[in-house]
Write a protein that binds this ligand. Sequence first.
Ligand SMILES: [Zn+2]
Length: 254
Amino acid sequence: MRGLSQPERLLQSFGVTSPDDIDIEAIAWEMGVKVRDGALESCEARIIGFHDRAIITVRGDGDPRRRRFSIAHELGHWQHHRGKSSICRASEIGSFGQGGAGIERQADNYAADLLMPAYLFRPLAAGHRRPSFETIDALAGAFATSRLATALRFIDLSPWPCLIVCHGPGGRRWFRRNAGIPDHWFPRDELDPESAAMDVLYGKTDRARPTIIGADAWFDRWNADRFELTEECVKGFGSDVLALLTLKDQAMLE
Ligand SMILES: [Zn+2]
C-alpha cells in the first residue's frame, strides 16, 4: 500500500479521524489561507498569495459540495504552485478524466486526497456490499463531496475491479478504471444499443438499475462475448451518461 500523501499527513496532524472532522476552511486557515465568498464573473475560484499568506475567493452561490472541492483545489495550487496566482474556471476544477492541463490535474488530486483521504475512504467503501451508485452516493454524503468526485475516488480506492465510462451524444468522452482491471479491457467508443446507457442518454430515465450484460456491449476485444459484467447507468452533467461497470468474471481479470 502506498504511503500517506501530503494532504493525508496534514489531516492526520490535525487529528482527523472521521469525514465530519474535515473542516476545509479551518484547514485553509491553518495553511495561512483565508477563504471568502465572492461574486466571480468568469471563474469558479481563485487564489492570490503574497509570501506565506493567501486569499481564496470562491463563488458562494453554488452547490456547497462543489464549493468545498473548489476551495480544496485552490489549496492544491497553494501547496504545489505557490508564487503563481491561479484563476480557475469551472471546467478546470474537477474535470476528471478529460486530460486538462497538468497543474489543474495536480490540484484536483490534492483536493481528492484532502477531502476523501484514503485512510478514511477505503474502510468506509469496503463496508458496502458492492459497487453501485447507491454506495457512491452514500460516500458522497459522508464526505460532503459531489457524486462525480466521489465516483472517481471510489474507482481509485475500491476493493472491487470496476470502471466508470462517460458517454455523451458524440460517443465516449472519458473513462477511469482501477488497478484491478487489466489494461487490455479498453472501453468501446460507441454505446451498444443493448446497454441501458442508451435510455439514460436519450432521456427515457435518469437512472437504470444494475443489470448483467455481455461484456461485448462495452469492450470490443476478441473474446469479450465470453464474459458478463454488471452495468449501472445514471445521468451525469448535461447530456452525459455515467456507466459504472463491475467485472465479476475472474478470467477477465487475468
Ligand atoms: Zn485550478
